[in-house]
Design a protein around this ligand. Structure first.
Ligand code: HEM
Length: 449
């Protein structure tokens, strides 16, 4: 039975701890780690205008994401994520959330996603073709380019190459708009430099919706007016065919998926390449596996399913640097989590980052050690490792993201050897947890005999 008590406060000197964290690693994550070490796995931050409850560990994760999820709602209307995504599945609650999710889920099932392996590889080749042998490339930029091409090419069925440069800045502005900032304590603060780029992005998205509607209508006329059964194809077609979806609502879903679906993959791919370059023995082992399983062939599903070591490398990367490092919620009605009272209106942050580095469950959590996800690896309680969240709001794109990461990384390792140029990288809390200032790697094309 729950024993009720208020959350311990992270001290009147919270502000000092934040400064300590910034001084040590120039990262707010370090500040959170210090608070966890000093106060424990559940605490309340007490900064002016910002008093979230931070909760760490499997029990609170499970309660927030599954057993007491109805006591929480996602975000308020003044939150920039809501302002940008409006009625996107990510920010809706209740029946509307479930309806939107049900429309998109079929497209993201494994049986559908594996049909995109060849396209994922083709886009990877296209991006790699732009790399001069022996040059230094910023993998944060390259992986974003690639993740955008893949997302749009496969899940929206649109060739994005011609629009990539034009929409690059609007997309980065959209990401900046929802990244943590002063708005957290001052929701109505004036924000400049967003109106034009966000309008440009909208214009593009509404154009896509109109074109696709026309296509689908022409298709239906061609089939004698009989509407086709909603078979899973791409997200946009699926949404255009779904009942009750206005252009606005479709725009909200496609923008949601575009942002959630590429910024996370960008971070995952860039972090993995960073860690591989920092750990040459892991890189060699991953490359040997690719050589043994795939050789010089094009990647197929059978290959993807047998790249076990690469799979462990990806999982370990998401443990150390989960692209979504916090599950954000608001308490909708007074509740209790892990024995602590939480009042309605409290902002709750389920720290995925701290759960993934919790010494109660992981051996040497700071160490990059892919073998912990191997067959003989560590066993941690459910909801300790949650890079994709859990429960009914678990990431809808988890299967897509994992297959994409394997295809892209296997292709890169097959074709290139990557070495660090020595620049220090630190985690930065943007919309996702990004490697900052970038991942600068020297790329050398492999000479296959
Ligand atoms: C490495 C890649 C990815 C990671 C680490 C990731 C992580 C997550 C996490 C942790 C959540 C749950 C957040 C919460 O409970 O507050 C989530 C939700 C979501 N993700 Fe992902 N994601 C990734 C890729 C993708 C992709 C590729 C897509 C789309 C194609 C996508 C679309 C979404 C959406 C729409 C939600 C909200 C689901 C809902 O509320 O029902 N994500 N993701």
């Amino acid at each position: 039975m729950d024993q009720k008590c208020p959350l311990p406060v992270a001290g009147p000197e919270t502000g000092l701890t934040v400064l300590k964290g910034l001084a040590r690693e120039r990262s707010l994550l370090t500040a959170l780690e210090i608070m966890r070490d000093e106060v424990g796995p559940a605490f309340q931050i007490t900064l002016p205008g910002f008093q979230p409850a931070v909760l760490v560990g499997p029990e609170s994760n499970r309660q927030i994401m599954v057993s007491r999820r109805d006591h929480f709602c996602w975000r308020g209307p003044s939150d920039p994520v809501t302002r940008l995504l409006r009625h996107g599945v990510l920010v809706e609650d209740g029946a509307q959330h479930d309806y939107l999710r049900a429309q998109m889920e079929p497209v993201l099932q494994r049986t559908q996603v594996v049909g995109h392996i060849a396209a994922m590889q083709t886009y990877t080749d296209r991006v790699m073709d732009g790399w001069g042998d022996g040059t230094v490339m910023d993998m944060l930029v390259e992986m974003r380019r690639l993740a955008l091409l893949i997302f749009m090419g496969t899940l929206v069925d649109v060739e994005f190459g011609p629009d990539l440069e034009r929409l690059w800045r609007p997309i980065l502005r959209a990401i900046k708009y929802i990244s943590p900032g002063l708005w957290i304590i001052w929701p109505d603060m004036p924000r400049f430099g967003y109106t034009k780029p966000l309008a440009q992005l909208d214009e593009y998205l509404f154009g896509l919706v109109r074109q696709r509607r026309q296509h689908v209508t022409e298709d239906q006329r061609g089939s004698g007016g009989l509407s086709k059964a909603p078979v899973a194809g791409d997200l946009l077609t699926q949404l255009v065919r779904a009942p009750g979806m206005s252009d606005d609502l479709i725009r909200d879903q496609i923008l949601t998926m575009l942002i959630a679906g590429h910024d996370t993959s960008t971070a995952l791919l860039a972090w993995t390449l960073h860690l591989l370059a920092e750990h040459p023995s892991v890189m060699t082992q991953a490359q040997s596996e690719v050589d043994r399983v795939v050789g010089r062939a094009d990647l197929t599903l059978a290959h993807v399913d047998h790249l076990d070591y690469l799979d462990a490398v990806i999982k370990e990367t998401m443990r150390l640097y989960p692209p979504i490092h916090i599950g954000n919620r608001f308490v909708a009605e007074d509740t209790t989590i892990s024995g602590y009272d939480l009042q309605a209106g409290t902002r709750v942050m389920a720290s995925i980052y701290l759960s993934h580095r919790d010494e109660r469950y992981w051996d040497a959590p700071e160490v990059f050690h892919p073998a912990r996800f191997g067959a003989e690896g560590e066993r941690v309680p459910p909801f300790t490792y949650i890079p994709f969240g859990g429960g009914p709001r678990v990431c809808i794109g988890a299967t897509f993201a994992q297959i994409e990461a394997k295809v892209v990384l296997a292709r890169l390792l097959q074709q290139f050897t990557l070495t660090s140029d020595g620049r220090k990288v630190r985690p930065y809390m943007g919309a996702t947890l990004e490697p900052h200032p970038g991942v600068f790697l020297r790329v050398r094309r492999r000479q296959h005999s």
